[in-house]
Design a protein around this ligand. Sequence first.
Ligand code: FUB
Length: 376
Amino acid sequence: MPKHSRKLHALLLGVTMLAAGCQQPQPTNEAPAAKESKRSASEYLSQPLVSDIYTADPSAHVWNGKVYVYPSHDIDGPTPEDDLGGHFEMRDYRILSMDRIGGPVTVGPVALDVKDVPWAEKQMWAPDAAHKNGTYYLYFPAKDKEGAFRIGVATSNNPMGPFKAQPQPIKGSYSIDPAVFTDGDGSSYMYFGGIWGGQLQRNIDGKYDPNGSKTDLGQDDKAALAPRVAKMTGDMLEFSETPRAVQILDEKGKPLLGGDHDRRFFEAAWMHKYKGKYYFSYSTGDTHYLAYAIGDSPYGPFTYKGRILEPVEGWTTHHSIVEWNNRWWLFYADSQLSGQTRLRNVKVTELKYNPDGTIQTINPFVTKGTKDGAAH
Ligand code: FUB
């Protein structure tokens, strides 16, 4: 980018973030502008929540009136990009907090480092968190010493950490992207799984097969690989049952097929409840949509309803949905700050429902008639 347009880009970014009430970009040794996005800041629907570290996969929660975001902490590593996500080499977690959406964002110190997780070797991917009886639980996937993804849990009495990891991963856990949902009756459920680099296809019967397929089942005309759900034990540290398959059905009640890349589950599960219905949402991975399906029970089945977010800049798309101040918010991520798939930044925008409970699809870029959903 020529020098003058780089300056204009920085100016626009600052102005837009100020307008949104967000933190201004800070100079940093972690976020070099090695490659910048080709778009100007004003073309994006919303602006990065923080720019002094790279963040992705935002799992947001509202606790005691404050908003906490549990993201992946992206770093620039040496591994070349591949289809299995080897270039996502994250080694720790840092948590974000804000008193209000659109307000200043605090970036916490390291909350959990891979070196302090006895069973984990590398790749601290998308985490989530839960809160019960004064204890905060951080759930995270990481590769163990055999190269298999497992899901671990760490606890703290502070939502920002530091967290102390349990010595072993959750028994019976595998694959990636845990999302823990607590229902109105106090029962908690973990949704998880991801195909390709997320290894769901290498854990068909819950046992890791290092020689399994690299991508999916390779059966386009059969039911797609299903994400998993398991009820948590009362102490939130284990599964109380063998994980079950989460069925996502089409409008005729048939499971979505493996070849239906525009709609089938890939990774990044999230669950929220709206007007008594359960909304299971997820990424379609190689087609880059955030999609959702609605059901009557936390176990499903869920019927596919449509898209929440059109493709963002960057390969991955991952999100969470929370209610704050009587409105609903979509936390998501793109690659605006770096222009690189592996160095992402989290964002937030408002999510709206139609009267029939369907979700209005969001375009992450500004077109005529759209504006920054976070600027309130
Ligand atoms: O951030 C690493 C992986 O990329 C996550 O676990 C996936 O959901 C995708 O965002």
